[in-house]
Design a protein around this ligand. Structure first.
Ligand SMILES: Nc1nc2c(ncn2[C@@H]2O[C@H](COP(=O)(O)OP(=O)(O)OP(=O)(O)O)[C@@H](O)[C@H]2O)c(=O)[nH]1
Ligand SMILES: [Mg+2]
Length: 223
């Protein structure tokens, strides 16, 4: 019983911070996207390819979470955009406080798109609102098409599911149609993209999705 109460208190405190963060993102017209997946599904690789496609004068920034290392920030910093690593020291998700602390160093009015790479974990990050415009869940074709049914919370909350590593489809038994069906069973409106960072397949559709979100966010801010 006590454990449940403590957890609720932490989540309520997080919700308060998330509301503040969302207000700041809206006021500064920042499109914030929270990328979530199990470890190794390809979050950092997708962000590397995405950053490589932005013009150098685009106002893009990345916060990347990790239990222990700064490896991902090092990989992402090579593209010339502001990147910060958040090392959680063993905590299995990012929370609002961590984002608030990281953003204290960055003037939000100078950022148009903020990517957050969450800690690799399909469960814990789904409970923590970071003030983002949308959660994006990545599912690689080596993980099994049943994952939306086994971890429904994140697939229910994500606006977009990206099926990653589709270049491996000839080598692994993964039923794309079943994966789509399972995701739509827990979230009928979820958008779905298929991407390979190795071959570049699907990257144009991903960039178009991003551009569409930016246009919508700008229109909402102007309304
Ligand atoms: N074949 C193939 N491999 C990929 C693709 N995308 C990523 N990988 C590989 O998958 C491994 C994990 O990729 P990361 O981008 O580090 O995964 P991550 O989700 O950021 O991992 P964590 O941050 O540890 O949770 C690396 O060896 C990548 O090279 C892809 O599209 N195709
Ligand atoms: Mg990573």
């Amino acid at each position: 019983m006590t454990v449940v109460r403590v957890e609720q208190k932490v989540l309520n405190e997080n919700q308060r911070i998330a509301i503040e963060l969302r207000g700041q993102f809206e006021a500064n017209e920042v499109l914030c996207l929270n990328l979530i997946s199990s470890p190794g599904s390809g979050k950092t690789t997708l962000l590397e390819k995405t950053l490589a496609g932005f013009r150098h004068d685009e106002r893009v920034a990345v916060l990347t979470g990790d239990l222990q290392t700064e490896n991902d920030a090092r990989r992402l910093a090579r593209y010339g955009f502001p990147v910060q690593q958040i090392v959680t020291g063993g905590v299995c998700h990012l929370d609002g406080k961590m984002i608030e602390r990281a953003l204290a160093a960055w003037p939000l009015e100078k950022i148009d798109v903020l990517f957050i790479e969450n800690v690799g974990n399909l469960v814990c990050p789904s409970s923590y609102d970071l003030g983002e415009e949308a959660k994006i869940v990545l599912l690689s074709v080596t993980e099994g098409e049943d994952k939306p049914l086994k971890y429904p919370s994140i697939f229910h909350k994500a606006a977009l599911m990206i099926l990653t590593k589709v270049d491996l489809l000839p080598y692994v038994p993964f039923d794309m149609e079943a994966a789509r069906k399972n995701a739509r069973e827990v979230h009928p409106e979820i958008e779905i993209l298929e991407v390979s960072c190795t071959t570049g397949q699907g990257m144009d559709a991903w960039r178009a999705w991003l551009e569409d979100r930016r246009t919508r966010a700008r229109a909402e801010a102007g309304a």
